[in-house]
Design a binder for this molecule. Structure first.
Ligand code: NAI
Length: 338
């Protein structure tokens, strides 16, 4: 089975190769690694492949899925949990198999969200540079104690639940908002309406998927409802937040700080080295100019454990696809005998 792996980085090759050799030697999965992202212009790279393996910023709209189908590709395996970039209805209509990795390591993402909160709050990124330069002055490094604060978790699924556990461990009062709250959340916090969460939380962390309903969930109106000085954390998907509205809220000093691992226009920037280039995105450039904004380039998932699990489940999904078996991780499939 030939599988074209789009948007592949050296670490994808390392983990996919290692897991295939260790656990799937009996199968005939053959990776065809491509650094290019999948979009209408790169579909042809999958010519001759049975399936494509894709990541968060690959484009799988109806036109791309139709083009893939036309050249004989029958399967799509995602190396991620979120699938907002896939037109599932179109995949179903075309009879394509689509499967994802639903829960490779919720803790990895929650721990990264917590890392962002702690770094921003205690300014360890600035302290690191100061101490290396022999500057031991504390002025400008003043933080706040997280213990005793109110934290709001929007989306109390796998990652939100892991985040709630961490926040609870830090001694925060935890509020959660989720239209389908998990019973497990009650152990760590109190389920409330979004408006109440925004009004009470000193820290708001987003962990819901991106959909039509959650697009710009945090817009100018939502930001106004947030407590003055509150911190906003987004490790989920960039378009949950209206970036222009966030910049306005930072400029007015209403929003206390922002930590993001995801950005609405990230596909133009993230996962590549642009350090020797001029970045054309003025919105991104404005964000980098705030001392109270901390950004990372979609690395929440990036741990040894998570990458091993992603490779393992991706191979399992491909075996299901090849054997025409029912797949618990499938988002679309057809002609399954069970
Ligand atoms: P999940 O499916 O376990 O949980 C998502 C929760 O959000 C569900 O309980 C759902 O009911 C809830 N939800 C849906 N609409 C909502 C709304 N309007 N308001 C509040 N809650 C809502 O998903 P999981 O595994 O926790 O992942 C969450 C998101 O994290 C993914 O969709 C993905 O976008 C993002 N993610 C980011 C990563 C990174 O590297 N930064 C890595 C993995 C996932």
């Amino acid at each position: 089975m030939q599988v074209t792996v789009y948007s592949s980085q050296p670490y994808d090759r390392r983990f996919l190769d290692a897991v295939r050799s260790a656990n799937f030697a009996a199968t005939d999965i053959e990776w065809r690694f491509q650094t290019a992202a999948l979009d209408a212009g790169t579909v042809a790279l999958a010519q001759g492949s049975d399936a494509v393996c894709v990541f968060v910023n690959d484009v799988l709209d109806a036109a791309v899925l139709e083009a893939l189908s036309e050249i004989g590709v029958r399967g799509v395996v995602l190396r991620c949990a979120g699938f907002n970039n896939v037109d599932i209805d179109a995949a179903q209509r075309l009879g394509l198999f689509v499967a994802r990795v639903p829960a490779y390591s919720p803790e990895a993402v929650a721990e990264h969200a917590m890392t962002l909160v702690m770094t921003l709050n205690r300014k360890t990124h600035r302290a690191y540079n100061r101490v290396r330069e022999g500057n031991f002055a504390l002025d400008g490094l003043l933080g706040t104690t997280l213990h005793g604060k109110t934290a709001g978790v929007v989306g109390t699924g796998r990652i939100g639940l892991a985040m709630a556990r961490l926040l609870h461990g830090f001694g925060c009062r935890v509020l959660g908002h989720d239209p389908a709250p998990s019973p497990a959340f009650a152990q760590w916090g109190e389920a409330v309406a979004l408006d109440e969460l925004l009004a009470q939380a000193d820290l708001v962390s987003l962990h819901c998927p991106l959909s039509e309903a959650t697009h710009h969930l945090i817009d100018a109106a939502a930001l106004t409802r947030m407590k003055p000085g509150a911190v906003l954390v987004n490790t989920s998907r960039g378009a949950l937040v209206d970036t222009q509205a966030v910049i306005a809220a930072l400029k007015s000093r209403h929003l206390g700080a922002l930590a993001i691992d995801v950005y609405e226009q990230e596909s133009e920037l993230f996962f590549h080295d642009h350090s020797a280039e001029i970045i054309d995105d003025d919105v991104f450039a404005r964000l980098t100019s705030f001392p109270n904004v901390l950004m990372t380039g979609h690395q929440g998932f990036f741990t040894e454990e998570a990458l091993t699990e992603i490779a393992q489940v991706t191979c399992e999904n491909l075996v299901c696809f090849a054997e025409g078996r029912n797949c618990a991780n499938a988002l679309a499939q057809r002609g399954i005998s069970g």
